[in-house]
Design a protein around this ligand. Structure first.
Ligand code: SAH
Length: 396
């Protein structure tokens, strides 16, 4: 044992630190640090203290990042394979019955006490999103913890996106353990899917699984449009539950090629796939007076920071307004927002605004959100991002 507490550099915070840190939030920004004692390498572990000398926690540091320290624990415990194992076991416990599913998110970064690391399980394979230098440097001790607890056939690492450059890392994707197919078959709600390792994020978005299941009950006999479909999660659920037809729209050709494969795997033929910018496509349909019984909107985040709120607001209003206009009377609109800086209330205000302009009455059929494997922690607001509503739209 020995404990590595004595060997770690100490970081002392400024006098007037934010309650946020004391209340369980794991991030320490560069301007909250009074001094760093001793020499250290970025990516290494540090112990963090208040100005008065009270121990706050242990985490990893990267002076290249505005979020300079991410705390891994509030205890002076060793950050070794056993630590990561305890984190995985705790996360599995917090997922309750979800762990019986064929695919789920095993670790969701800050929300599971593992800042910078996301782990998804697709049948026998694990896909890791490594977002920070501190996690990258610890992969050697993290990997055995995952192998021992989950026994996968292969583990794939994805390092990409703007955060990777901010951390001073190179973008890369590779099998760190074993190997597997580029398209990993998995199942959700009795439907076959493919996680595309060359695709976006970790190959599939597991956060909409319950929302898609809830939407399934409105599928029967309906002509549907799945906008921002990616590999087809929502639309496949609709087809499985008796939709008359589904049009999948995404501007990524690759995403729709995979969606085609997924439809084939499930034997769905009453569907078509349109590579298009959804904004333009919705506008075009309106010009053609084409109507639908059900429309799904699941766009990417429209704003990474509060500074882009305004344009996000405009974007949401436009696609929701156009979709309302494209629905038959009493049609169904399933609409989502994964923009973290837009709150539930703000998103609903946008919908009300769009509905007023479109001259419709909106009945809330369902308010959804994040499933158990995308935990939401009040003390870490950044963990709460997904809004989902199913609305019945009636024209005035
Ligand atoms: N609904 C999917 C996830 C959608 S992710 C699911 O449940 O799994 C968002 C998708 O929107 C991505 O596939 C991306 O390629 C696509 N996209 C982003 N901007 C777009 C645009 N302007 N028009 C069409 N598709 C877009």
């Amino acid at each position: 044992m020995g404990g590595n507490r004595d060997r770690l550099s100490r970081v002392v915070l400024k006098k007037d630190i934010k309650r946020r840190v004391l209340n369980g939030h794991p991030w320490i920004y560069d301007n909250e640090i009074e001094r760093i004692e001793g020499d250290l390498e970025d990516g290494s572990l540090v112990d963090v203290f208040t100005f008065a000398g009270q121990f706050i926690g242990r985490g990893y540091i990267n002076r290249l990042s505005k979020i300079t320290i991410r705390l891994l624990t509030r205890k002076p415990e060793e950050i070794d394979t056993n630590f990561w194992k305890r984190r995985v076991i705790e996360a599995l416990k917090n997922r309750y019955q979800l762990v019986k599913e064929n695919a789920f998110r095993v670790l969701f970064g800050e929300a599971d006490g593992v800042p910078g690391l996301i782990v998804d399980k697709f049948s026998d394979y694990l896909v890791l999103q490594v977002n920070t230098l501190g996690i990258y440097k610890r992969l050697e001790s993290i990997l055995p913890a995952l192998l021992e607890t989950l026994n996968p056939s292969g583990v794939f690492v994805i390092m990409e996106g703007s955060s990777i450059q901010k951390e001073g890392l190179e973008e890369q994707k590779y099998w760190i353990y074993g190997s597997g197919p580029e398209l990993i078959p998995y199942e959700v709600n009795g439907i076959k899917f493919l996680a595309d390792l060359k695709g976006q994020k970790t190959g599939a978005f597991l956060d909409q699984r319950e929302n898609a299941k809830m939407l399934s009950q409105f599928a029967h006999g309906r002509v549907c449009l799945d906008c921002f479909s990616y590999t087809g999660n929502f639309g496949m659920h609709l087809l499985k539950h008796g939709a008359k037809h589904v049009t999948f729209v995404d501007y990524s050709e690759r995403a729709l090629a995979v969606a085609r494969e997924v439809a084939k795997l499930n034997g769905f033929t009453n569907c078509d796939f349109v590579v298009a910018n959804a904004f333009d496509f919705l506008k075009k349909l309106y010009g053609e007076s084409k109507l639908f019984d059900l429309i799904v909107l699941d766009p990417p985040s429209f704003a990474k920071s509060a500074a882009n709120r305004e344009s996000a607001y405009k974007g949401y209003k436009e696609i929701n307004y156009r979709s309302m206009k494209l629905l038959r009377n009493d049609g169904i609109l399933a609409t989502s927002s994964c923009t973290q800086v837009i709150s539930q209330q703000e998103f609903e205000n946008i919908l009300v605004d769009a509905g007023t302009d479109a001259r419709v009455v909106m009945r809330i059929l369902h308010r959804g959100g994040q499933p158990l494997d995308h935990p939401q922690i009040y003390n870490i607001l950044e963990t709460m991002y997904l809004k989902f509503l199913i609305l019945q739209i009636s024209h005035l």
